[in-house]
Design a protein around this ligand. Structure first.
Ligand code: NDP
Length: 683
């Protein structure tokens, strides 16, 4: 008998069997939860002490590297998870969402972390704003890891992805977490946590796992902690109102059930490719994970005159869906996650039948393919048609969390939008149209009540990742009924676990705090040109003030001929006189080139490459006779632990460049991005 274990305070814990968890495919017992009561006070304390300490021994960049190492390890060992996943009712195709999708999210966050986060554990959110006339007092924002624990309470439908999509953000941020998966499929989450543990990439205390109930866990939390939740709206309501969360202002992020829609725009007819594309999308959403996706399409809005034709297209596709044991050849749809879930879905369909008629399914499902499946949690697709789309209740209010979707007719685009809005806030809607004007009209209105909107047409369909797939780089979560929370969305997800704080002080103090050079801060000038220093030796604030150069008429003419840029401002005396500058001026790109000529140290050295510039502004005009000078200052260093193609260990150095004129006025301002070699052997 397998008894699942919690992983708390650095120990696998639990040996007495409690609740049996049955396979969704054949009803056999896969595992039992444990009966032993965890000490949640000790778990929270362990996270806040050991977890925080070990995570903050690493910086953002190092945690991103760990995340990648963990994802690679999980990828290598995923077969064990696939075998267990079958019992949750998932097909091989469904595994692409839950298991591979979970690992993909870790890879994506590892990559975004390396590209977008600094070395160190302070994230500077500029710009720095002068707060006094003479720049002795300035302000900016920093984000630092919260010194508490993130408690993640997850739904049964994505036992792996559901954990990893939340974990990626808190881990990169440097905050430990305690994960509580839904009991029904917790055996798969437990197996994944064991692999994460085995990967060697998880610092002590960074991740704890609770099998079974949360007991007094939420009572143990304090002001630095936070709770994220995915599941039903009713549980979200209950947890949001937990007295300890309210009394201590503990952030609570919810992603609850959502009555997502798909809209066939009025411009699409049955002869258009978009008609079929939307039918395909709807059926995919009904059958992937047997419709147990928070993003699945529950309401299908179609121009009234095309309702019958669209229903026929859906039915043609639904008739081909084969349901059964995912291990059997040709099975396209698996089971619901549990018999309890099957009961819930059947009850919800019954409620929906008060306002809808069933036009596909519901007359006794065909026997699921495979041995023992009569004891499984199989439930065939049901396509319903609303009798009165404007009536309250029905498909705008009742969620059947399975392969169930309801068709509704509408007259014009405004009516379609009004019907979509009756969902009271959704995670996602797909809008199928050929007409950009319809998209431009509908999307901004729909956006107020939706977390994500997919515009589907023949062109986007060639590469579309689909209505139902939340992507790591795009926000997941919707307003109102969808819970009002936000997850994913690139580095935004990391920021949820960081505290944003405004900092005021002198530029030198702000530079020290943020770890970045701030204009007006003390600079460090030495005999050594900063380009002659290796990455390791270069200090933030190390600076070079160059010699000067007077810009001449010949410079402007030569640069115009070399670049082919003969814009009137540089070459037409009469037109330039009539312009706001009143004279011919030098090309902005000449200034960039001339500044580079002033500050580079030409001989081979540790600076390996210049790969771009950021925040470029030309601030004041420069004409013939003006004299320019550049200041180059080491602004930011990012150690990604990388080596170049020839094996040279290197880091990223961002340089602040200010180009001024003879009156000390800023004429150009930008950041240069370079790769700088480390000293030999310094990996
Ligand atoms: P629940 O809201 O019942 O459970 C979600 C999670 O909350 C589970 O881990 C559950 O644990 C836990 N939980 C439940 N009650 C408490 C409590 N009092 N204190 C602490 N934790 C608690 O949702 P289900 O998983 O049962 O799914 C039911 C419905 O939720 C679905 O039919 C669907 O409508 C919706 N749903 C929405 C999803 C989304 O992503 N938006 C995803 C999945 C479901 P345990 O399992 O141990 O009870």
């Amino acid at each position: 008998m397998t008894v699942l274990q919690s992983y708390l305070a650095g120990q696998w814990f639990g040996s007495q069997a409690a609740k049996p968890l049955a396979s969704a495919i054949n009803g056999e017992i896969v595992a039992h939860t444990h009966d032993d009561a965890p000490d949640f006070a000790a778990a929270v304390d362990y996270a806040r002490t050991t977890g925080t300490r070990e995570l903050l021994k690493l910086d953002f960049q190092q945690r991103a590297a760990r995340l990648k190492a963990m994802a690679l390890y999980l990828q290598e060992h995923k077969k064990a998870l696939y075998a267990l996943s079958r019992h949750t009712g998932a097909t091989k195709g469904d595994n692409a969402f839950d298991i591979d999708g979970g690992f993909g999210t870790l890879f994506a966050y590892a990559s975004m972390g390396r590209k977008e986060l600094p070395s160190g554990n302070v994230l500077h959110e500029g710009p720095v704003m002068p707060l006094g006339k003479n720049n002795h007092f300035a302000g900016t924002h920093i984000l630092v890891p919260r010194r508490g624990v993130a408690v993640h309470i997850n739904a049964f439908n994505f036992p792996v992805w559901g954990m990893l999509e939340k974990f990626a953000g808190n881990f990169l941020a440097g905050m430990p977490c305690i994960v509580k998966p839904a009991t029904a499929t917790s055996y798969l989450t437990e197996a994944c946590v064991r692999l994460m543990q085995d990967s060697g990439a998880l610092p002590d205390g960074a991740l704890q796992l609770v099998i079974g109930g949360t007991g007094d866990l939420l009572d143990q939390l304090d002001e630095q902690d936070m709770v994220t939740f995915t599941g039903s709206a009713s549980t979200a309501r209950k947890l949001r109102a937990h007295p300890n969360l309210i009394n201590r202002s503990i952030p609570f992020n919810a992603e609850a059930d959502s009555l997502n829609s798909a809209i066939l725009a009025p411009d699409v007819t049955p002869d258009d490719e978009e008609f079929d594309l939307l039918a395909k999308e709807v059926v995919r959403e009904m059958t992937v994970k047997a419709g147990q996706k928070c993003t699945a399409i529950r309401r299908i809005l179609v121009p009234r005159q095309h309702l019958d034709a669209f229903a026929d297209r859906l039915i043609q596709r639904l008739e081909k869906v084969t349901m059964g044991d995912p291990d059997e050849e040709g099975v396209r749809m698996g089971a619901l996650a549990s018999l309890d879930q099957k009961e819930d879905v059947a009850a919800a369909v019954n409620d929906l039948l008060n306002t809808c008629e069933c036009i596909f399914g519901g007359n006794g499902d065909p026997r699921p393919i495979g041995q023992g499946t009569d004891k499984g949690a199989f439930f065939g697709p049901r396509l319903l048609r609303s009798k009165d789309p404007h009536a309250d209740g029905g498909a705008h209010d009742i969620e059947a969390f399975g392969p169930v979707s309801t068709l509704m007719g509408y007259g014009d685009l405004d009516e379609a939008i009004a019907l979509a809005d009756k969902g009271k806030g959704s995670l996602v809607t797909t809008f199928a149209t050929k007409d950009p004007q319809n998209a431009a009209r509908a999307i901004p209105v729909l956006a107020a009540r939706h977390g994500r909107l997919q515009v589907l047409n023949a062109e986007s369909a060639k590469e579309s990742t689909g209505h139902g797939a939340p992507l790591p780089m795009l926000k997941h979560g919707g307003p109102g009924r969808a819970g009002g929370g936000e997850e994913l969305g690139g580095i935004r997800a990391v920021r949820h676990y960081l505290q944003r704080t405004a900092i005021q002080g002198s530029p030198t103090m702000l530079a020290a705090v943020t770890g970045e050079y701030v204009r007006g801060a003390d600079v460090l000038e030495t005999e050594v040109h900063p380009f002659r220093r290796h990455f390791d030796d270069l200090a933030i604030g190390e600076s070079l003030l160059t010699h000067r150069r007077t810009v001449t008429e010949a410079d402007i003419v030569n640069f115009g001929c070399l670049s082919g840029d003969h814009f009137y401002m540089h070459f037409d005396e009469i037109a330039a006189k009539d312009s706001q500058f009143g004279k011919r001026i030098a090309h902005g790109y000449f200034l960039l080139s001339a500044a580079a000529g002033l500050f580079v140290s030409p001989a081979p050295g540790p600076v390996l490459a210049n790969y771009g510039l950021d925040t470029l502004r030309f601030i004041n005009p420069v004409g013939a006779g003006d004299t320019i000078q550049a200041r180059l200052t080491c602004k930011r260093k990012i150690d990604q632990g990388k080596a170049g193609p020839d094996g040279t260990p290197q880091g990223v150095v961002v340089w602040d460049v200010q180009v001024t004129n003879q009156n000390d006025e800023l004429v150009a301002s930008y950041d240069i991005l370079t790769l700088v070699a480390k000293k030999k052997g310094d990996a």
